[in-house]
Ligand binder design. Structure first.
Ligand code: GLN
Length: 492
């Protein structure tokens, strides 16, 4: 079968169960595609072919023996921020380019327990700091829709592998938009769950109070299957929440769009820099939802201007603390011939971290330093609370909130935006992380250059089922999520 990569997760699961094809055949099919097509997309940092085939054989044996779960034998790609036992975990940094974790991240372990086959680890912005996946150490991953453009970031590798059909689904992480923005740039569905829904254990920390991982795939249905594996309490992560997990797949039809109250924040559609095509496509998708019975309600989110400055204080502050551990002593990169301990620290960190990571460590350290702590960090935390309250007030009157996922479509590789320009591109995603809310991106069409546009739906706490269900209804009535980039149509 040469078109296995065109099947949905449900179809793959059914095909394996009915022995239409084996996990080995499926895995070999993807490995062949990776060998041929990833020379252009450059999404994988590590391909674990041998291990994948062994996992596939084990999956086939389990299926034959009747021990299979729904996803046994399906291949997956993991963002290279998740620790994988025995396989390199780089976090996209020279600092960790030879790091082999002694244990699996919980998300990876859960995937293994469910019988998933790991194809490899994919590229990202260094330590998940960035929005383009133009990685200074591992190169730029390309957007499958147009190889001259970025796939977004920081989970750009995860988005690119799915959009080029180099994996049927992938894990991503989202601290300030890193699942939703690349999903938007690559025409995919991506869910950022409520903070605490998915374990952070073994996920290399960027900003711990906002880091959250989630599924990236073609459709809400595909994401629901992966969410069923990822979600749940984990004793190894003290911020993971002890709350019953939904069956996201069986809930896909539980929320009706009919009568659903969708809040449209006035401020969001007046943002300077919102591309006209993006605005038009997003508005068109809202019209479609209205035709399907949704009620569009104009709302106010008055704190919009505070999102970027608040996030870009808190995230670097937490990063500066989290990244202290990379000191050239215990693990990771160590400079050559240090003359003394201070030289070892200084040069290991200067040589091991790229420019953006160093910028954030410096900003964060400054914001946390005595004398500036109250003026910057504490103040940002207070504003963060106001942002959260703004959302809670809005949710008294609406079920979900709609927004673009990003003000533009994918940038050109090498566009070289200044840090401030780059940070402004995160205007629509950051508040969700500051407030700890769940949100989803759904593809809703293309701009004049044939680059994908995404709609973001933000839900109240623990509303993952509702978000997936609303997008699922939309995807039953439209076909944007079925569009494939030309490179995905290529056969290996
Ligand atoms: N672009 C944002 C940043 O650079 C978000 C990154 C993320 O979600 N990991 O911080």
């Amino acid at each position: 079968m040469s078109d296995l990569h065109r099947l949905s997760i449900r179809e793959l699961s059914e095909g394996l169960a009915q022995a239409k094809f084996s996990s080995r055949e499926l895995t070999e099919h993807y490995l062949k595609r990776i060998a041929k097509i990833d020379t252009q997309v450059q999404s994988y940092i590590t391909v674990t072919a041998e291990q994948a085939l062994a996992q596939a054989d084990a999956a086939d044996a389990a299926i034959k023996a009747g021990h299979a779960t729904t996803l046994t034998g399906l291949p997956i790609a993991h963002k290279d921020i998740f620790c994988t036992q025995g396989i390199k975990t780089t976090a996209g940094s020279k600092m960790l380019d030879n790091f082999i974790s002694p244990y699996d991240a919980t998300v990876v372990a859960k995937g293994k327990a469910a019988g998933l086959v790991t194809l490899g680890k994919v590229n990202m912005d260094e330590f998940a700091m960035g929005s383009t996946s133009e990685n200074p150490h591992f190169g730029s991953t390309k957007n499958p829709w147009n190889l001259e453009h970025v796939p977004g970031g920081s989970s750009g590798g995860s988005a690119a592998v799915v959009a080029a059909d180099l994996a049927p689904f992938a894990t991503g992480t989202d601290t300030g938009g890193s699942i939703r923005q690349p999903a938007s740039f690559c025409g995919l569905t991506g869910l950022k769950p409520t903070y605490g829904r998915v374990s952070r254990f073994g996920m290399i920390a960027y900003a711990s109070s906002m880091d959250q991982s989630g599924p990236m795939a073609r459709s809400a249905e595909d994401c629901a299957y992966l969410m069923n594996v990822m979600a749940g309490h984990d004793a190894k992560d003290s911020t993971s929440v002890q709350k019953e997990v939904d069956d996201y797949v069986s809930n896909l039809n539980d929320t009706s769009v009919k009568g659903l109250r969708i809040g449209i924040p006035k401020q969001y559609f007046n943002v300077q820099g919102l591309d006209a095509d993006v605005k038009a496509r997003v508005e068109k998708s809202l019209k479609k939802l209205e035709e399907m019975g949704a009620i569009l309600v104009e709302i106010n989110l008055n704190m919009t201007e505070a999102y970027v400055p608040t996030y870009y204080l808190i995230a670097p502050a937490e990063a500066s603390s989290n990244l202290q551990r990379f000191d050239g002593v215990r693990y990771g990169y160590r400079c050559e011939n240090p003359v003394d301990l201070m030289d070892l620290y200084k040069r290991s960190r200067s040589e091991g971290f790229g420019t953006e990571v160093q910028r954030r460590i410096l900003i964060g350290t400054y914001a946390l330093s005595a004398g500036y702590y109250d003026a910057y960090y504490v103040k940002a935390q207070k504003v963060r609370r106001l942002i959260q309250q703004d959302f809670l007030k809005a949710f008294e009157n609406v079920d979900v909130i709609a927004a673009p996922s990003a003000p533009t479509t994918a940038y050109k590789i090498g566009a070289n935006l200044s840090p401030t320009e780059m940070y402004l591109g995160d205007i629509y995603t950051l508040a969700v992380n500051l407030a700890g809310l769940p949100a989803i991106n759904a593809p809703v069409g293309f701009d004049k250059n044939n680059l994908p546009v995404g709609l973001q739906l933000i839900g109240n706490y623990w509303s993952e089922s509702q978000l997936l269900s609303v997008v699922h209804q939309y995807q039953q009535a439209t076909d944007w999520h079925t569009k494939r980039a030309a490179i995905a149509e290529e056969n290996a």
